[in-house]
Write a protein that binds this ligand. Structure first.
Ligand code: S3P
Length: 174
């Protein structure tokens, strides 16, 4: 059995924030797949999307996941990672997967202020448009997210409560 924890879910749900806190508490390493891609390419995710396109970005995600050698690590992956190239099967093999599930309206609130950093949101002009985008994407993506071993409802929860919820699962596995 692996001793890694994989956090996944829609962009803006807080995977990296929670991941860092979890790694701290459990004395594990923390890695973020987008950061790893940026390091390898010497380019931001926005830059990669703009210069080389989404398909190229998805191929980077795939090859990194397939070649990752991690141990005692919390890994957070991009919102789209589980939904392409059969990545969910790889992620489930790499560690215990947790889907951080949140409602579209809460996501819209969180993402509106952070949308500039998300290449997929660059053309979104209003909150209703953002809500529509989230609804459409979630409808496509949720079937992949639901392949995670554990599903955590994080609606209305502060990061410390989410952390406690994950820790309960982790303790059960020990
Ligand atoms: C994406 C989510 C982003 C990043 C890229 C694509 C997506 O990661 O990988 O912009 O397709 O949902 P976060 O979920 O960390 O924002």
């Amino acid at each position: 059995m692996t001793n890694n924890i994989i956090l996944l879910g829609f962009m803006g749900v807080g995977k990296s924030t929670i991941g860092k806190q979890l790694a701290d508490v459990l004395e594990m390493d923390f890695k973020d797949l987008d950061d790893l891609i940026e390091k390898e390419e010497g380019q931001t995710v926005e830059g990669i999307f703009e210069l080389k396109g989404e398909t190229y970005f998805r191929s980077l995600e795939k090859s990194l996941i397939n070649s990752l050698e991690i141990n005692n690590t919390v890994l957070s992956v991009g919102g789209g990672t589980p939904c392409f190239n059969d990545n969910m099967h790889w992620l489930n093999g790499l560690g215990t997967t947790y889907y951080l599930k949140i409602s579209p309206d809460k996501l819209a609130e969180r993402l509106w202020v952070k949308r500039k950093k998300r290449p997929l949101l660059k053309d979104v002009k209003s909150i209703p448009e953002l809500e529509q985008f989230i609804d459409d994407r979630l409808r496509d993506r949720e079937k992949y997210y639901m392949m995670a071993e554990n599903i955590l409802d994080v609606n209305g929860k502060a990061s410390c409560e989410i952390l406690e919820d994950i820790l309960k699962f982790v303790k059960k596995l020990k």
